[in-house]
Design a protein. Structure first.
Length: 167
């Protein structure tokens, strides 16, 4: 064992060869498994229970939260740095399409909204919610009939239930 006089912790000489992360003395694979389960299952205690049931690995919900938040912070900082670099030099992040790569098509984007009644009530007692629907397709994916009506052969939908406003 090696003693770190700076942080006051003991480290095994094989930790590095075993791939143990010093903060938690856990392998990268374990940390990846913990963070995956923590983001997949709502609630750190629930994720810890699932990990125990599925993999027979006991870890506390608190430890799962600490590890997941550390990994999340690292990922956030990496993404923030990439976003700042892209903002500073957009010509590198999203270069203009070359003429040879441009498609001679028209993209159609359509949106609509409706109100539906749900079982969940909001703070005002209303169970009505706004649902939004988006549709995209290309003009090349349309067949025009003799009567003037068209058929869209390939289209993409996206739906969203909730407010467009962020609190």
């Amino acid at each position: 064992m090696d003693y770190c006089s700076f942080c006051g912790k003991l480290y095994g000489q094989c930790d590095e060869r075993l791939g143990l992360v010093r903060n938690h003395r856990a392998t990268r694979g374990f940390i990846q498994l913990v963070t995956y389960m923590a983001q997949l299952i709502p609630g750190f205690d629930n994720a810890a229970d699932a990990l125990k049931t599925l993999r027979h690995i006991e870890v506390s919900g608190t430890q799962m939260q600490v590890i997941s938040e550390e990994v999340g912070q690292v990922i956030f900082e990496q993404q923030q740095k990439a976003a700042e670099e892209a903002y500073a030099k957009p010509e590198r992040a999203a270069p203009a399409a070359l003429e040879k790569d441009k498609l001679d098509v028209v993209l159609y984007i359509m949106a609509d909204g409706s109100t539906i009644n749900t079982r969940l009530q909001d703070e005002n007692g209303s169970s009505w919610r706004e649902v939004k629907l988006g549709l995209t397709f290309l003009d090349k994916d349309m067949i025009h009939r003799k009567n003037g009506k068209g058929i869209i052969t390939r289209k993409e939908y996206v739906a969203y239930l909730g407010s467009v406003f962020v609190n």
